[in-house]
Write a protein that binds this ligand. Structure first.
Ligand code: SAM
Length: 224
């Protein structure tokens, strides 16, 4: 357990480790994700050597696990706060394949347990702190406790309003010199056009770098 994870568990979970006593084997693991092992995720950790990463949009934990693994392999005193309602976004409710992934029980998704099983099975529970609420509330909780992330990976809602809202919330909290990484960014707006639309509206186009479906922006010291 890193000192940062200890602090986070203390504040966000009142000191009770959220993974303690999880019944391993009771829930299936499932490594499905989208671009969860993108080079920006690992490269940015190498560059920034963060102590706090926030992921907004976690699903089954693919990208959380990839980043946790990287931070762990570098021996960083770091933790990842995994923000998700674990209820899915609208696209997961209207496309049958993803609807199955929600694994509803009596009408309520049990995606969180797939995520937890994955994190534990991959041996990175000591770097991960789930925050199973929506982005807006999560940002408020983090602000309340004075946590300022060095990296925020945004991969939650994919419509313009949702992305703009996430950018507003998390850019404010991001530490100076920190990075926002966004998923499903297509500068040509062929795929998920509203994601790029929101990024362009918020940042303009000049300061956004992108590679293979993700974009990255650095919060320069002294600049908004
Ligand atoms: C595309 S998936 C994330 C994929 C994940 N990063 C990976 O590597 O596989 C989007 C996730 O965002 C979550 N989500 C959507 N809107 C959200 C919101 N406003 N607050 C928190 N989570 C949200 C959904 O529940 C879903 O799990």
């Amino acid at each position: 357990m890193t000192a940062m994870r200890d602090r986070l568990v203390g504040a966000l979970h009142y000191g009770a480790d959220p993974f303690a006593g999880f019944p391993e084997g009771a829930y299936e693991t499932d490594s499905q994700g989208w671009r969860s092992e993108h080079p920006y995720l690992s490269e940015t950790i190498e560059m920034a050597r963060p102590s706090l990463i926030v992921e907004v949009g976690v699903w089954k934990g693919g990208s959380t696990i990839y980043m946790a693994d990287k931070a762990k392999s570098l021996g960083l005193d770091c933790a990842i706060v995994s923000v998700d309602t674990f209820l899915g976004a609208w696209e997961h409710w209207i496309i049958e394949q993803w609807r199955d992934s929600l694994k509803q029980k009596y009408g309520y998704p049990s995606l969180y347990y797939t995520f937890a099983a994955n994190v534990i099975a991959r041996g990175v529970a000591d770097y991960v702190v789930p925050l199973p609420i929506d982005s807006n509330n999560a940002a408020e909780v983090m602000r309340h406790y004075g946590f300022s992330p060095d990296i925020v990976h945004i991969d939650a809602g994919h419509d313009r309003k949702a992305v703009l809202s996430d950018l507003e919330l998390w850019w404010k909290l991001l530490a100076p010199g920190g990075y926002i990484i966004g998923d499903d960014y297509d500068p040509n707006m062929q795929v998920w056009p509203e994601v790029a639309m929101a990024f362009h509206e918020f940042f303009g186009t000049d300061r956004i770098e992108n590679f293979d479906g993700k974009c990255r922006i650095r919060k320069m010291v002294g600049k908004l």
